[in-house]
Design a binder for this molecule. Structure first.
Ligand SMILES: Cc1ncc(COP(=O)(O)O)c(C=O)c1O
Length: 401
């Protein structure tokens, strides 16, 4: 037993630093988690300062704090500051990297059934240009078959692109093991870590990935409208920036320009400095707690929930795979998952509905139309989970509240 777990006192302290914990039970952390008060105060104070002193003047004053955001994000994933670019969301980060890569007709890309819908749109577009997309399905236990991946790699394979933790499922992909295979075969490797950042201890060197994208608003607890992209230094020149302004280019003339020598070449200059600071503060907050400890707590709460839900008649848990994350998906026999979700929300318990659209390949393969998604963060408690289960029992299981 790892004795570095988050103690009850620490959980209570963290809850007291999150105003949302006072009024609601929030199990929609895979949608957008509750921000720590300090993150919101950072954003609001910065906006007040901009309103009082001017946007550019405030930026100059806080230059180093803004730079710190890149440092904290880099530290969070074991990267260098020069390998980080900021975006408004994970889809923009992923698309910027993917569309920046060059593919030729006959090239192949390997992905998995857990791939997120925005990424599938990019893959569908490239297929139209003669690039073959190969999907490696999970096995009957819900585990990613590494042997099948290795067997699928051919001299035409240019990229392995996987989503680590899916939007609508409790399973996950073994990104470190896949990275070993990608490195062995010298294939570019791209990881969607949108649900992982802030939940799981990511280390891009251990994963051996070339590209990684994530959002701020989910497990990282940053404000909405934040995200980031990691592009390994050694491959930055292999990607063409999608949109370029003066942040990325110098010595601009009609004959051309010089591209800057870090990942910020993939960003545009104008963005919310307040949200940038909020993202940095959230990353610092997570680092102070420790990602190993967060992961242990989140996994523990999710497992506790799966066991508790398993004791309610009519409730079916849909999570597959030998390693599971903080997302728990379930349905109630005879009831539309949207109805179940709405009932819980009416009772002050924020869960979400996972439709077939977010993770289409996985949902179709498992014949799921829609599921209830309860996603846990370290600030959630077993008492909150018990409350959700007794509501479910009372409303749908024929029990009493
Ligand atoms: C696994 C995964 N990847 C990517 C995204 C897209 O993130 P964003 O909405 O920040 O573009 C999501 C959003 O839910 C997601 O769950």
């Amino acid at each position: 037993m790892n004795n570095n777990f988050l103690s009850e006192d620490e959980i209570n302290a963290l809850r007291s630093q999150t105003r949302g914990c006072k009024d609601i039970i929030h199990f929609n952390n895979a949608g957008s988690s509750l921000n720590p008060d300090v993150v919101i105060d950072t954003v609001v104070d910065y906006l007040q300062e901009e309103a009082t002193y001017g946007g550019y003047e405030t930026e100059n004053k806080h230059y180093e704090r803004i730079e710190d955001t890149y440092r904290f994000i880099a530290k969070l994933i074991g990267a260098e500051k020069e390998e980080i670019a900021l975006f408004e969301n994970a889809s923009a980060a992923w698309q910027t990297a993917f569309k920046g890569l060059t593919f030729a007709e006959g090239d192949e890309i390997i992905t998995s059934e857990l791939e997120y819908v925005s990424n599938l749109i990019g893959l569908a577009d490239i297929q139209k240009k003669g690039v073959k997309v190969v999907v490696i399905n999970n096995d009957e236990h819900g585990d990613f078959p590494l042997g099948k991946l290795e067997a699928a790699i051919s001299p035409h394979t240019k990229l392995i692109a996987v989503t680590h933790i899916p939007s609508s499922g409790g399973g996950m992909i073994p990104i470190e093991a896949i990275g070993k295979i990608a490195a062995k075969h010298k294939v570019l490797y791209m990881v969607d870590a949108c649900q992982s950042a802030g939940q799981y201890p990511i280390d891009v060197k251990e994963i051996q990935c070339d590209i990684l994208s994530a959002t701020g608003r989910k497990y990282l607890r940053a404000p909405r409208g934040t995200g980031f992209l990691f592009v390994k230094k050694a491959i930055q020149d292999q990607l063409s920036p999608m949109l370029t302004d003066f942040l990325a280019a110098s010595q601009v003339s009609l004959n051309g320009y010089t591209l800057r020598q870090d990942a910020r070449r993939f960003e545009l200059y104008e963005k919310s400095r307040a949200l940038t600071l909020g993202l940095g503060k959230a990353a610092e907050y997570a680092l102070n707690i420790g990602l190993d400890r967060i992961w242990q707590r989140v996994q523990g709460l999710a497992e506790y929930t799966r066991t508790a839900l398993g004791n309610i008649p009519n409730v079916k848990v849909h999570d597959h795979g030998s390693e599971k994350c903080g997302i728990v998906t379930f349905s109630v026999d005879g009831f539309d998952s949207m109805v179940v979700k709405n009932k819980l929300v009416e009772h002050g318990i924020n869960v979400s509905f996972g439709g077939a659209h977010a993770t289409p390949l996985y949902m179709e393969k498992n014949q799921l139309q829609g599921i209830v998604r309860a996603s846990f963060h370290y600030y959630n408690t077993e008492a909150e989970i018990n409350k959700m289960c007794s509501y479910l029992m009372a409303i749908f299981g024929g029990g009493t509240m």
